[in-house]
Design a protein around this ligand. Sequence first.
Ligand code: C5P
Length: 301
Amino acid sequence: MLFRQSGRSLVVQTPAKLNLFLEVLGKRPDGYHELETLMAAVGWYDTLRLTEADSDRVEFRVRLAGRWHSAAGSGDVPGGEDNLVLRAARLLQGETGVRRGARLELWKRIPPASGLAGGSSDAAAALAGLNRVWRLGLSREALVELAARLGSDVPFFLAGSPVVICRGRGERLEPLAVPANVWFVIGRPASGLSTAEVYRHCRPAEHPRTVVRFAESLQRGRLAESAAALHNALEAPATRLNTEVATLTHWFRRQPVAGHQMSGSGTACFAVCRTCRQARRTAVRLAATGLATAVAVRIAA
Ligand code: C5P
């Protein structure tokens, strides 16, 4: 997450994430699933501009700035009180009693319903940004606690590290030091998937895999070994629910990339590439097929 002051406004660039490893360990009494997942923030950003207001009103406006909406439709991005950005602002106001307002403008580039956690990233940006703009002085721990109430993926974006192992529902964070020169191509088909629906169709693993081996090979920069150990337990149910995931996976299988899989609950899929050049070329080839919107990215700074 990158912060920049611009006149009276704070501008936050907030990234998408990829799940490089995701195991479902069990179903919990609260209805959520116990996870072990390794997430990486990558260089595909939404922008949130926060300006302190003279009144105590919070105004919110969202603009679709990505290349995906012509294909994917924009119905999945709520513009009102349902948007996680506004919910984050209301949560901060309620918890701290702050009597300040703000104008919040969001430029959305990360496609929704894709397993890239764009909405969660926006919510984290709103929490971290308003903490600064309203001079609340909340600690990282306090922000992470509030983030978990907004959604399972929101805490990850406040970890202060681009690569993190997340456990529990997603809120227990273990940051990892990983070389940043890993390149990916992300493909997002025209349709999306509902996270809740995908989880409803998944069965916890009988013999769960552990993230340890994957994390070690990634930390040592062993690309081929990491790519061979990619894992996402949500890919099977998502593929059953959405045929575009299977089509995109089939396309990636025939490319000379190090490895590939779906991110989170889909429908976005990604390939791990050996070089920046391979990532850019693969993105161009994928876009030309018309199967998906494609971007080449690397692990976020
Ligand atoms: O936490 P969030 O609101 O993002 O989760 C969306 C839905 O995904 C939840 O309502 C739940 O059905 C499912 N989920 C789950 N286990 C998790 C995270 C999400 O079952 N660890």
